[in-house]
Design a protein around this ligand. Structure first.
Ligand code: F6P
Length: 349
């Protein structure tokens, strides 16, 4: 067996676990070679790659990022892009390309499959928003990093009787915000799924402080938006790939909450610290399972499929099922997180 493998889109803890496992599965179960394309689809189109061997993968399991590098380049934005992918597959006599990436990379995998090319997808994103898989690796690491940060913010918020607004990643959905908010004991969590009304948030915080709470943690996902007409926010910058550069909503939320509550309010924006560094055990295991399953999919000729986690098992789904719509936060989790700053004071307990 000969496979080409790449990592595309934003990096994510656990990518190296997938690479290492795929190399191991090819070598041990099938015999053959893996070549690692550099910087996502760019490496396929420009033929920049390196042999991925067991030796090359030694020691990478606990390392964040991706040893292959990554980019948002993709074949469908170049006139000859698809042809270049086709040539790379034939030049290297590949059985398939295993594409590890988020929504964008899965979209490309799906389109290439439609164009008759052998591709298998592996879903990746700290945002955990890819449809058809219960979880993506990287997500649990991000949640853990945010939770540790929130734990630290509690003690300083309590000492100063402040509101602390913590911004976490979550471009279209609030999985990180809700999980970290629940795990870190946040009072209020704002997510893209439910546009917020700051008057309502402020009155919940005031109620808390009037009834004995002396500090409030507000978690806000970077993609959270106000209810229409309630607040104006500046449009984010868009980069060369049409990718909005988010970040900073916490500053607006904090300033407006301070005006409304008259409680001193500060901001912490966690940013890329959530994406860097060593993956937690869960993400190493999930990445490893995905790597093995992707090689199995290639061996079975299951092109156009994506490996996924469903009911605790690794399955294959059509990559098309994962493209074009996002997995949102389950309503029960939203309800649970909303219990900690009710509009009326909690009784009993
Ligand atoms: O898509 C994952 C993600 O972590 C988003 O939550 C975030 O908005 C984005 O990546 C940031 O990506 P970049 O650093 O490439 O701008």
């Amino acid at each position: 067996m000969r496979i080409g493998i790449l990592t595309g889109g934003g990096d994510c803890p656990g990518l190296n676990a997938v690479l290492r496992a795929a190399v191991r599965a090819v070598s041990v179960d099938h015999g053959g070679d893996v070549i690692g394309f550099r910087d996502g689809w760019r490496g396929v189109m420009e033929d920049t790659w390196e042999p991925l061997t067991i030796d090359r993968c030694r020691g990478i399991l606990p390392r964040g990022g991706t040893i292959l590098g990554t980019s948002r380049d993709q074949p469908y934005t170049r006139a000859d892009g698809v042809q270049r992918v086709r040539e790379a597959i034939s030049r290297h006599r590949l059985d398939a390309i295993v594409a590890i990436g988020g929504d964008g990379t899965m979209g490309v995998a799906n389109d290439l499959h439609g164009d008759g090319l052998p591709v298998v997808g592996v879903p990746k994103t700290i945002d955990n928003d890819i449809a058809s898989t219960e979880m993506t690796f990287g997500f649990q690491t991000a949640v853990q990093i945010c939770t540790f940060a929130i734990d630290r913010l509690h003690t300083t918020a309590e000492s100063h009787d402040r509101v602390l607004v913590v911004e976490v990643m979550g471009r279209h959905v609030g999985h990180i915000a809700v999980w970290a908010g629940i795990a870190g004991g946040a009072a209020v969590t704002l997510v893209p799924e439910e546009p917020f009304d700051l008057d309502d948030v402020a009155s919940r915080i005031t109620t808390r402080h009037d009834h004995g709470s002396w500090a409030t943690i507000v978690v806000v996902a970077e993609g959270a938006v106000p209810q229409p007409g309630t607040l104006s926010i500046t449009e984010p910058i868009v980069d060369a790939y049409g990718h909005q550069r988010l970040g900073g909503i916490a500053n607006v939320v904090a300033a407006e909450l301070e005006l409304r509550t008259r409680i001193e309010t500060r901001t912490t924006i966690l940013g890329h610290v959530q994406r860097g560094g060593t993956p937690v055990a869960f993400d190493r295991v999930l990445g490893t399972r995905f790597g093995v399953a992707a090689v199995d999919a290639v061996a079975d000729g299951a092109f156009g499929s994506m490996v996924a986690l469903q009911n605790g098992s690794i399955v294959r789904v059509p990559v098309a099922d994962a493209v074009g719509h996002l997995k949102r936060v389950e309503p029960d989790l939203l309800r649970t997180s909303a219990l900690f700053a009710p509009q009326r004071p909690a009784t009993g307990g």
